[in-house]
Write a protein that binds this ligand. Structure first.
Ligand SMILES: NC(=O)c1ccc[n+]([C@@H]2O[C@H](COP(=O)([O-])OP(=O)(O)OC[C@H]3O[C@@H](n4cnc5c(N)ncnc54)[C@H](O)[C@@H]3O)[C@@H](O)[C@H]2O)c1
Ligand SMILES: [Zn+2]
Ligand SMILES: [Zn+2]
Length: 342
């Protein structure tokens, strides 16, 4: 069986791997049909992802078909097309017991801390498979990216009549935008990159965008757009600690700031004049919950999320090494690149 391995940073190679063993209790053997590529894979490629270890078979955004099931599996049947929740949690620790498997103390993410889906077939826990009969395989592979935005918006919990400011219009910011729109809140998007904002206006149906120049004018623009109240929910999806520090100034009184972007650097912000005075709430957002996957599958099935603008690039499995570097560069217009495994 063929798999694509990141042998060490900057070095991919195709390898031959043994067929997976027959699925055990609670497991399913799946055929990988589509794999989405994202910034996490690219950071792993560059050697800049702290949780990544090598050698590693990447791939955590998966569309699969069930080939066989082990004893006592009730969640799926052979032939089921599924999205995969790639967060393998222990089920025993405090966050797992309190219903937060997304931040299990022993969490292993497929394709990051353990081998993932850039392989022909694999065995997965059946409870991590979310059947999606009416989705295409590539739509199944998109569900995980959308789940990141879904969870971030749930953390901020905007209501109709409120304003959500999304900072950063990369793939994660776009997934946040999908759920900000569905919340009924007014959505405003801020980025430094006008090309990405043009995509937001023309393809995501969000007319209100702000192109920040780093001169403070963005805050004035947001005040104008919100009648002076600023945003009740701000979601920072940049991964920039400078943006994350500044994001608080866009929150109105009693607002919520959600960090869905990730930085290894320190984030410093003014406490008394901004956070305290406005009585703000600061929230992290890590991965997503199983219920987010179920909801997203239904939203795509019912047409409330249109996946057509999302998938901009494709590669056959065999041509991934040569195409990989273009799959995460905004200059190529890439939103989501999908690997066709068959
Ligand atoms: N919370 C999670 O579980 C989770 C999961 C996946 C990815 N992430 C993180 O989400 C972040 C975004 O991922 P992505 O793939 O969309 O990245 P990306 O680099 O494609 O997009 C980031 C966007 O932010 C914009 N930006 C950067 N600095 C800015 C600033 N100061 N002001 C305004 N805009 C600015 C960039 O122009 C770009 O469009 C990353 O940090 C990534 O690690 C988090
Ligand atoms: Zn991803
Ligand atoms: Zn756990």
């Amino acid at each position: 069986m063929k798999a694509l391995q990141l042998e060490k940073p900057q070095q991919f190679r195709f390898i031959e791997t043994p067929e997976p063993a027959a699925p055990g209790a609670g497991e399913a053997l799946v055929r990988v049909q589509r794999v989405g590529i994202c910034g996490t894979d690219y950071s792993g490629f560059l050697g800049k992802m702290p949780f990544f270890s090598y050698p590693r078979i990447p791939g955590h955004e998966l569309g699969v078909e069930v080939m066989a099931i082990g004893p006592s599996v009730t969640e799926v049947q052979p032939g089921d097309r599924c999205a995969v929740e790639p967060y393998l949690n222990c089920g025993q620790c405090f966050p797992c017991r309190k219903g937060a498997p997304n931040c299990c103390e022993k969490l292993k993410v497929l394709g990051v801390m353990m081998d993932g889906g850039l392989t022909e077939r694999m065995v997965l826990p059946a409870r991590k498979l979310h059947p999606a009969h009416r989705l295409s395989p590539e739509q199944c592979a998109l569900v995980e990216t959308l789940a990141i935005g879904c969870h971030a918006v749930n953390r901020g919990n905007p209501g109709a009549g409120e304003t959500v400011l999304v900072i950063g219009a990369g793939p994660i910011g776009l997934s946040v935008i999908e759920f900000a729109k569905l919340s009924g809140a007014k959505t405003i998007v801020l980025d430094l990159n006008e090309q990405r904002l043009a995509f937001v206006r023309s393809k995501m149906g969000v007319p209100d965008t702000i192109c920040a120049q780093g001169d403070g004018a963005a805050l004035e623009r947001l005040k104008q757009m919100t009648g002076g109240t600023l945003a009740q929910v701000v979601v920072d999806a940049t991964g920039s600690n400078q943006s994350m520090a500044n994001a608080m100034t866009y929150c109105g009184f009693t607002g919520r700031l959600v960090y869905v972007g990730i930085t290894p650097a320190e984030v410093a912000f003014p406490h008394a004049p901004v956070m305290h005075r406005r009585e703000l709430t600061l929230l992290a957002s890590r991965n997503a919950l199983p219920s987010d996957f179920t909801r997203i599958i239904q939203l795509i099935e019912s047409g409330r999320i249109d996946t057509r603008p999302w998938i901009t690039h494709h590669a056959a499995f065999g041509e991934l090494i040569e195409k990989f570097s273009t799959f995460t560069q905004p200059e190529t217009g890439v939103i989501k690149a999908i690997v066709d495994m068959e």
